[in-house]
Write a protein that binds this ligand. Sequence first.
Ligand code: DNO
Length: 348
Amino acid sequence: MKMTFRWYGKEDPISLEYIRQIPGMEGIVSAIYDVPVGEVRPLEKIKALKQEIEDAGLVLSVIESVPVHEDIKLGKPTRDKYIENYCQTLRHLSQCGIRTVCYNFRPVFDWTRSQLDFKLEDGSTALIYDETDIEKMNPLSGELTLPGWDSSYTKEGLEALFNDYKSVDEAQLWENLTYFVRKVMPVAEEEDILMAIHPDDPPWKIFGLLRIITNKENLERFINIYDSKHNGLTMCSGSLGADKNNDFVDMLKYFGDKERVNFVHARNVKLVGEKSFQEAAHLSEKGSIDMYEVIKALHSFGYEGPIRPDHGRMIWGETGKPGYGLYDRALGAVYLNGLYEAITKANL
Ligand code: DNO
């Protein structure tokens, strides 16, 4: 596996120099953030991002994300234009040597939490998802934003989107995903890009909006839409692991053996209710995910792709983007590399 770190570009308070100082750090996961969803990511911008990262002694390993326009998810007639733009972005990325692209297919909102600064007993703060609090939140109020969210919607724009989704049932959403996958994957194959769909986070319906990339059965249904290793998965322990019915390690081995694991997000969550969880330090004993088993599974199918520590807590007085500070994610990276070294040397 290759250890990577998510970096939000020039506006990220964490410097590439600091990231490079994390032992075992090889690559950067980033994106073009200043181009609206649906438009082509220009070659010049990708080149500049790659150059900046290489100048700092790192490599640009993954683009997370190339976001999918809502018209594609809704199956609107305008989707063809956005799909063509998507394919053109893939061509540009390929020209710059990018081989892995992460994206998601969830209506309107990216990942979602009810509180960004929940105080844990050691004084650090973590992101949490509380089922009762989420139910009380008004998604149209614009009060909650998270890193990676498209925050360019107006209140009216969001209302209109919610309305549009009323006419899209589960079968229709699958159909719209299938349409997208069948158009995009031949281009990904031609351009030698491994696509990695991210599971829904959390993996259930929120604010009445459907979510379908949620469990083993649905991931299986997804990979069967297009039979190619280019049509693969981001295996995110924290997203899938938030549902107690998902056996993450089993899923990882299953899809790893099928050569569909193209990217890994390692994060721990502590399940505290039916649909409630707290994010935790990466260490196995702090959460519900056994990280030793996760890394052992990756080793068992010879995973050589990128992995990144996902959300960290805020520790040592650090402030910044919720979940995306330097310290706890750096601890996570070093811990994961430690597990990997031990498992590899002991050949477990
Ligand atoms: C959250 C991230 C997600 C992820 C996208 C992929 O921290 O894992 O925002 O990047 O859903 O498209």
